[in-house]
Design a protein around this ligand. Sequence first.
Ligand code: TYM
Length: 331
Amino acid sequence: MEENKKVIFSGIQPSGNLTIGNYYGALKNWVKLQEQYDTYYCIVDLHAITVKQEPKDLRRRTLEVLAIYLAAGLDPEKNTIFIQSHVPAHSEAAWLLNCYTYMGELSRMTQFKDKSARYGESISAGLFSYPVLMAADILLYNTDLVPVGSDQKQHLEITRDIADRFNNIYSPTFKIPEPYIPEVGARIMDLQSPEKKMSKSADNPNSYILIMDSPEVIKNKISRAVTDTIGIVQYTNDQPGIKNLMDIMSVATGKTIDEIQKEYEGLGYAQFKKDVAEALITELKPIQSKIKEYLDNKELLEEIYTKGAEKANYVARKTLSKMQRKIGFIK
Ligand code: TYM
């Protein structure tokens, strides 16, 4: 951990099976950033319980997400990888920041509006104040950059507002973080309704591709992906299904959208879909076998998250103490 390196923080919820949206929007970019930055990658289990979780599933998924981080290429020697609930400062800082956040600004969060429409009356207060916990995550580490998909942009904006407010009331305490959103892959869409973002909580499994999906399942889901009757592989808003598959092809192969468009000139959707599925299988297969290896080595996983929590606790505690002192709590 070098002093002059810029800091990165990001996290994924262990609230379902991870999709290629999580992979291309976030995880794959984290791996690219691990060399130049001082990185903190968290499994945000405190966020996951804002909606109902079965305890045994939460436990299993938390370890699965850790295994996925490692299998995707995050090196535990180069990154601080930890489980959010192992660092109590996150919950404590979130409470403090709750008192500097307005109900009005939280009510404007689109993720909250979407989820509250879905869960109706039984929505938790945690879901409402969820962005404050996310702000705590980020601000505790003096984060410069937050690599996320575009759906998290609004949460980054509120994080910046909360940090700025706290700094103004007291004195400069928090660094104001910037989002880091990839040019392609920041919003992988639902394969059945390409006007919606791909989500691990969708009802129809054909809507998403999971990182753990087998080659057969991937082929099937891509072949069923909704397209259009135009029949040309081109990147336009009139063809949201094809546009999404082109994005997926681009992030999976590194080819540009232009290159893909030229390559499929005069070819039909069947060939294109077949190749998109192949590209995904090629990318995911080695990751999948590594995930299995890590999950078979619980001791190693424990070693990694224990060491990660130690490092994270050290940094987070320091920032929390600074906050408490500025607010006026007795030491
Ligand atoms: P979560 O768990 O919903 O998603 C994890 C990451 O995956 C990205 N993502 C996508 N990117 C592209 N296309 C998609 N269809 C897609 N679906 C998800 C998300 O943008 C995210 O980067 N609140 C966060 C977790 C969090 C966090 C943080 C992130 C908690 N604290 C601090 C950054 C910093 C969330 O629910 O992500």
